[in-house]
Write a protein that binds this ligand. Structure first.
Ligand code: NAD
Ligand code: UDP
Ligand code: UDP
Length: 316
């Protein structure tokens, strides 16, 4: 098949492209390189089955493809809040364009949605039926309301135009190829610990997240895309930790001498988050296989090599 991956030069997109290329598909990677980088897709640049297009999804584009994985959108609060209006445009106009494309060429359309559609959840863990608790005027709204509209667009194109859709709600995912300055918690703590800096815990660290290793997530993507399920499916690892526990775990694994410092909790930071993965188990036969300590070890090794290569830490 010929498969379009928007946001393909980013963290998740590039891991997805590896899987699709290894399976023998033709892949088009479309990216504006805002948070993505060529380094993530370097291994495929010379491959005749691979093409990369520098393009912004907020502009229309005509391509002929069989499937579209639509991932283009910055995922870290630091990056999506840098230019919030652009984030909304990417989620709304970008998703509209990709759905228009899917409609024209009759491609199956896969939307990378997020656990953020549940906002600061009052139901725990979060099943797909939960409608969420989102602040529409807060600093996260450009992202979480943007993704909620993206979902709405997908279901309206499905009902109105018969577009074949798949919607994944991704819970916090980490792993190799995150940017050292990505700003999300796992990469921040690892980079800080490796550089002998203090780990920055926001608030008192009692808020929780559930962390999924990237290879597990991508397996879930492929299974969902190739299933016949059009309803949203949570993909994430139900192992739930407080941010303080995560900081202490990384401190112990990387540098027990590193200190923890406490900083202000950002506005609207969700207090708890854990996926209910009943649908993923029953519909896709999927569940995560990589425990946190194993995934963290792989990620720490990656950042140690990368920072040493870039001269940002001395020891290798
Ligand atoms: P990322 O920032 O590494 O990747 C996003 C990619 O999209 C980058 O390559 C970036 O350059 C590209 N991009 C951004 N705006 C674009 C635009 N207007 N036009 C074209 N390309 C654009 O983030 P990620 O973690 O790989 O996230 C990928 C997708 O998964 C995003 O849609 C994100 O919302 C979703 N998601 C990720 C997580 C997670 O924990 N990683 C959780 C929930 C949802
Ligand atoms: N679009 C696109 N590529 C295509 C087909 C459509 O980028 O191959 C864009 C199109 O420019 C429009 C959006 O997708 O902005 C929605 O398309 P649709 O055909 O649904 O709506 P219309 O063009 O009729 O407004
Ligand atoms: N966080 C933190 N220190 C950091 C970065 C993030 O304590 O250096 C916290 C953040 O406040 C949130 C959690 O870690 O409670 C997860 O943040 P991240 O940005 O990774 O993801 P999201 O909040 O979007 O789930």
């Amino acid at each position: 098949m010929r498969i379009l991956v928007t946001g393909g030069a980013g963290f998740l997109g590039s891991h997805l492209i590896d899987r699709l290329m290894q399976a023998g598909h033709e892949v088009i990677c479309l990216d504006n390189f805002y948070t993505g980088s060529k380094r993530n897709i370097l291994q495929w640049l010379e491959n005749p089955n691979f093409e990369v297009i520098r393009h912004d999804v907020t502009e229309p584009i005509r391509l002929e493809v069989d499937q579209i994985y639509h991932l283009a959108c910055p995922a870290s609060p630091v990056h999506y809040q840098y230019n919030p209006v652009k984030t909304i445009k990417t989620n709304v106009i970008g998703t509209l364009n990709m759905l228009g494309l899917a409609k024209r060429v009759k491609a199956r359309f896969f939307l990378a949605s997020t656990s953020e559609v549940y906002g600061d959840p009052e139901v725990h863990p979060q099943p797909e039926e939960y409608r969420g608790n989102v602040n529409p005027i807060g600093i996260r709204a450009c992202y979480d309301e943007g993704k909620r509209v993206a979902e709405t667009l997908a279901y309206d194109y499905h009902r109105q135009n018969g577009v074949d859709i798949r919607v994944v709600r991704i819970f916090n995912t980490y792993g190799t190829r995150m940017l050292p300055n990505d700003g999300r918690v796992v990469s921040n703590f690892i980079v800080q610990a490796l550089q002998g800096k203090s780990l920055t815990v926001y608030g008192d660290g009692s808020q929780t997240r559930s962390f999924c290793y990237v290879s597990d997530l991508i397996e879930g993507f492929i299974r969902l895309m190739n299933s016949d399920r059009t309803q949203p499916v949570n993909i994430g690892n139900p192992g739930e930790y407080t941010i303080l526990q995560l900081a202490q775990t990384i401190q112990n694994m990387v540098n027990p001498d590193a200190k923890l410092i406490f900083k202000a909790l950002p506005q609207d930071d969700p207090q708890q988050r854990q996926p209910d993965i009943t649908r993923a188990k029953e519909w896709l036969g999927w569940e995560p296989t990589v425990p946190l300590d194993e995934g963290l070890k792989l990620t720490i090794d990656y950042f140690r090599d990368r920072l040493a290569e870039e001269g940002k830490i001395s020891q290798k």
